[in-house]
Design a binder for this molecule. Structure first.
Ligand code: FES
Ligand code: FE2
Length: 391
């Protein structure tokens, strides 16, 4: 993001902080509790995610030719490689023999030997060796391949489509946000690993926790709220995506400083929600990524939490510090947001109350739910035969 844009956002945030207010939606908004509990809705949302481009990691996770990494996306194991020509490829991490995972973890390898019976694949997915060859007369070594998925690197991130036949158009998906996301560089920062939360909450409830800071003063009283303002957010929608600016308490110190002396990024956290299931949180020192997936039932979800840092991790004390920051951020989400959300999910499932209320001060929350509802409406219109639509 260029300095003029940062200054402009800082001005907007400073005004909100000074006036003790926040960006407001035009009206309150109600959502049906069954959106978090209905099996039918859950299945439609799973289909929506399966059909959407999926951001699965940072480009820095595949730093050089022969790098590889594995990801779990919507319960599917995916192998990503960077080939000798530098291209990113993705495959279902499912052996052609009896479906073992071919690779695990991440690292550097030109070949992957399946841990079960040692069928071996190169990093373009091609089967190159089968021990006990006479047992498999129908298998074509050197031409059979792992199921390849559309994959690309874009705006600093790794993207895949889960449907092998899909067209992956991330530029169209991100629209005007693409350059801004790229400009932070967080996808090129050093990755700090993945932490997984398998949680008793609907996946949208997980996304909801990142969609407003109205809860900071209560839920994060001892943690985030000690540095960041509560109920004070700059909100901007970008198609189905949105961006929130959470000002830090220090922003008020800019009040009497000329803006050409501002160091604007010191005073805010920038949160992006990328449709449908991705949250990014950007600060000067952390590029957090939350990949949030529906689980096996409406009341379960899986969050994969990643972080990247611009710091030089070859210095062990710096690396230890960066890991400690990641541990702290993760523990806060787990023990504060998701713990509270689990109680909320139980209430939703109890059927005690039919609706939830989103305030004018929760425009991000409203935008998320409208974006999902719009996409599901388009999806069901497409699924309904034209003859029954006209009736
Ligand atoms: S399952 Fe992979 S070699 Fe048998
Ligand atoms: Fe929170």
């Amino acid at each position: 993001m260029d300095r003029d844009q940062l200054i402009d956002l800082t001005r907007r945030a400073l005004k909100l902080a000074r006036d003790k207010t926040t960006d407001l939606a035009p009206a309150e908004h109600n959502v049906d509790a069954r959106e978090y509990t209905s099996l039918e809705r859950h299945e439609r949302e799973r289909a929506m995610l399966m059909a959407s481009p999926q951001l699965v990691g940072y480009v820095s996770e595949l730093p050089e030719p022969s790098s590889y990494c594995t990801k779990t996306v919507m319960g599917r194991s995916i192998l990503l490689t960077r080939t000798s020509s530098g291209m990113v490829k993705a495959f279902n991490n499912v052996c052609l023999h009896r479906q073992s995972q071919v690779a695990s973890g991440c690292g550097t390898a030109k070949r992957f030997s399946c841990p079960y019976h040692a069928w071996t694949y190169d990093n373009t997915g091609r089967l190159v060796a089968v021990p006990g060859r006479e047992g498999f007369p129908r298998v074509a070594v050197k031409s059979d391949v792992l199921t390849e998925l559309p994959a690309t690197e874009f705006a600093g991130f790794l993207w895949i489509a889960l449907d092998p036949g899909a067209t992956l158009d991330v530029a169209a998906h991100l629209g005007s946000l693409a350059d801004e996301l790229d400009s932070w560089g967080i996808g090129r920062w050093a990755p700090l690993g993945e932490k997984v939360l398998d949680s008793p909450i609907n996946w949208k409830l997980a996304v909801d926790t990142f969609s407003e800071n109205y809860h900071f003063a209560t839920v994060h009283r001892e943690t985030f709220a000690t540095i960041a303002r509560s109920n004070c957010t700059v909100f901007d929608a970008y198609g189905a995506h949105h961006r929130l600016i959470f000002p830090l308490n220090s922003i008020l110190e800019l009040e009497n400083v000329p803006d050409d002396q501002w160091d604007p990024f010191q005073n805010m956290v920038v949160i992006y929600a990328l449709f449908p299931n991705i949250v990014l949180s950007v600060t000067i020192a952390n590029g957090e990524l939350f990949r949030i997936y529906p689980g096996s039932e409406p009341g379960r979800s899986v969050t994969v939490h990643q972080n990247s840092t611009p710091l030089d991790l070859s210095d062990e004390s710096v690396a230890a510090g960066a890991r400690a920051v990641f541990d702290y951020a993760h523990a806060t989400v787990r023990d504060e947001d998701y713990r509270l959300a689990a109680q909320l999910q139980a209430n939703l499932e109890s059927g005690a109350r039919e609706q939830l209320l989103f305030g004018r001060n929760e425009p991000g929350l409203q935008h998320r739910h409208r974006s999902w509802a719009d996409a599901l409406a388009v999806q069901s219109a497409a699924d309904t035969p034209a003859s029954s639509q006209s009736r």
